[in-house]
Design a protein. Structure first.
Length: 461
C-alpha cells in the first residue's frame, strides 16, 4: 500500500493518499458510560453531554496524569492513541505515513507523538512542519511570508523566509481563545441574539436546540464564503421549526474582538510593516479573517498540503529504524523543480508561470451558469443551480451540495459534503478549480463541468 499523509490539526485530523482525502475526524472524544466515541459523532453531541466530552487531548498532548477522568485513559497521550486507532479503523489504512504537524507543537509533544505512533497501525516515515511545507511553493528566494492556520483552541501564526537553497521557519505565535471552538461560540451567540430579537425564541433554553446551531456552523461558513450576505438558521423543536436571519455584517461585528487579538499578535511577529499572508483552507473559511490580515488570494487547501508532503517525503531523508526525522528546514531541491504554483514576489523572484485557466461558468444540462454559483440537490437525482446571493426563500427545502466562490482571480470549490468528487477523485473544500474540471457527487450520474467563456474576467473577491 502506498504512503499516506496525516495532517495533525485537531480541528480536523485528515488522512490523505495520492487520490485525496480518505477520512477525517475532529479532535473530540465523548464518553457515555462504557461507550466511547471519537471524531464527528462526538463533536455533534458535545453540547448534549459537555461533562462527557473532551477536545483538548491534542492541544495538551502529554503524559501528565489526568485530573478529571476520561474513561480508562491515564493521560492525554492515551486519548490521542485512541483517536489514531479510530482513524485507522474508519479509514481502513495501515502502513507508512508522513505527518504534517502544527508549528505550535513543542519538542516534548513531538516526542510524545512519536511514542504514541509506535503503538498504532501507522508507521511514521517523516514529520513535517505544516506551515513550512505549505509555504514551500509560495515563497520566492529572499521573500518572507506569514502562514495562518486555525486549530480547535487557537490560531497559529508562523513567519517563514526563503533563501537561495531553503525555506525556514523564523517565528511562531499563537492566539489563544481564537480557535474553532471560540469562533463557534461567538457565531452561536450571534445566532441566539438573532432568534431572540426576531422571534423571542432562545436556543439556549435547550441543549438540543443549541447543538443544532453548532452543527450548522460549517454550512453557514460555506454560505458566507460563496458570497451570500445573509442566511437563514433553523431549529427543529418538538412542535415546529423556528428560523432566524443571520447577516454577515452581524457576524463580522461579533468576531471583531478576535480580529483585534489576531492583529495584535501579527504586529508582534512580522518583521516589516507589511508581509504576504498565506491562509490554510480552514483559516480562509473564517469570515473577515482574510480582510483583517490583508491577505490577497493566497491559500492552501488540506489536499494541496498533503500532496506537497508526499512530494517532499519522496525526495527527502525519511526514517531509519526507530528514528523519525522532523523537517523544520526544507531544502528546495526536495521539490525538484516542482514549485510551479504562484509565488510571493521577493527580491529575486523567479519568472512567474503562465496562470492556470480560471473558469467563468459552470455547465449543467446544456446551460452555462455564471460564477459564483451554488448547486442544490432536488428530489431524485436532479440538481438546481442558483446565485449564492439569492434570497434564502429561493432554496428553501433544498440541500446544498457545493458552491463555487470567486476569490480574486481564483474559482474555489466549497462544500460541506464528504461525497463530492473532482475529476472522478474524492474532493474536499477549498480546492482551486480550473477550466475543464468535472464536479460530481459519489454515486450520482450528474457531472458539472467548469468552462471558460471568452471575454469574461473575474476581478472581484
Amino acid at each position: 500500500m502506498s504512503r499516506a499523509v496525516l495532517e495533525l490539526n485537531d480541528h480536523q485530523l485528515g488522512l490523505y493518499n495520492h487520490n485525496g482525502l480518505m477520512f477525517s475526524s475532529p479532535g473530540y472524544v465523548l464518553v457515555n458510560g462504557k461507550h466511547i466515541q471519537f471524531g464527528q459523532q462526538a463533536a455533534e453531541q458535545s453540547r448534549l453531554n459537555p461533562l462527557g466530552t473532551n477536545n483538548e487531548f491534542w492541544y495538551r498532548l502529554g503524559m501528565t496524569p489526568l485530573t478529571r477522568p476520561v474513561a480508562h485513559f491515564r493521560h492525554y497521550a492515551d486519548v490521542a492513541h485512541g483517536h489514531l486507532m479510530h482513524l485507522a479503523q474508519e479509514s481502513g489504512f495501515e502502513g507508512e505515513i508522513v505527518i504534517a504537524v502544527p508549528a505550535s507543537f513543542s519538542r516534548e509533544q513531538l516526542a510524545v507523538l512519536t511514542g504514541v505512533l509506535k503503538h498504532s497501525p501507522f508507521t511514521p516515515v517523516a514529520m513535517m512542519d505544516a506551515a513550512l511545507v505549505s509555504a514551500s511553493h509560495q515563497l520566492a528566494s529572499g521573500a518572507e511570508l506569514l502562514y495562518v492556520d486555525v486549530q480547535l483552541h487557537q490560531i497559529s501564526l508562523t513567519r517563514l523566509h526563503a533563501d537561495g537553497t531553503s525555506v525556514r521557519r523564523d517565528a511562531v505565535s499563537v492566539v489563544p481563545g481564537a480557535g474553532w471552538t471560540g469562533i463557534s461560540n461567538i457565531l452561536v451567540q450571534a445566532a441566539t441574539d438573532a432568534f431572540v430579537a426576531q422571534s423571542r425564541f432562545n436556543p439556549q433554553h435547550s441543549a438540543a436546540w443549541e447543538q443544532q446551531l453548532y452543527n450548522q456552523i460549517p454550512q453557514w461558513l460555506q454560505h458566507f464564503q460563496s458570497g451570500e450576505q445573509e442566511l437563514i438558521a433553523r431549529i427543529e423543536t418538538d412542535k415546529n421549526t423556528v428560523q432566524a436571519r443571520i447577516s454577515l455584517s452581524d457576524v463580522l461585528d461579533a468576531l471583531e474582538p478576535v480580529f483585534q487579538k489576531v492583529a495584535q499578535h501579527t504586529a508582534r511577529i512580522i518583521s516589516a510593516d507589511t508581509m504576504p499572508v498565506l491562509l490554510s483552507g480552514r483559516a480562509a473559511m473564517i469570515p473577515g479573517l482574510q480582510a483583517c490580515l490583508q491577505a490577497v488570494n493566497h491559500r492552501v487547501s488540506p489536499e494541496q498540503l498533503a500532496q506537497l508532503c508526499l512530494r517532499v517525503a519522496a525526495n527527502a531523508a525519511t526514517s531509519q529504524g526507530s528514528s523519525v526525522p522532523f523537517l523544520n528546514v526544507l531544502m528546495l531541491d526536495t521539490l525538484r523543480g516542482d514549485r510551479h504554483q504562484s509565488t510571493v514576489a521577493g527580491s529575486n523572484a523567479p519568472v512567474a508561470p503562465q496562470p492556470v485557466s480560471t473558469p467563468t461558468h459552470l455547465l449543467y444540462d446544456g446551460v452555462a451558469w455564471p460564477l459564483p454559483v451554488a448547486v442544490y440537490q432536488q428530489a431524485g437525482d436532479g440538481l438546481a443551480l442558483a446565485d449564492p446571493a439569492s434570497p434564502p426563500e429561493v432554496t428553501t427545502g433544498l440541500q446544498r451540495l457545493f458552491s463555487i466562490a470567486i476569490q480574486g482571480t481564483e474559482a474555489l470549490l466549497l462544500t460541506d459534503s464528504t461525497s463530492m468528487t473532482l475529476n472522478e477523485q474524492s474532493a474536499g473544500s477549498g480546492i482551486r478549480l480550473t477550466t475543464g474540471d468535472l464536479i460530481g457527487a459519489a454515486g450520482s450520474v450528474n457531472k458539472l463541468q467548469c468552462i471558460r467563456v471568452r471575454g469574461i474576467e473575474h476581478s472581484h473577491g
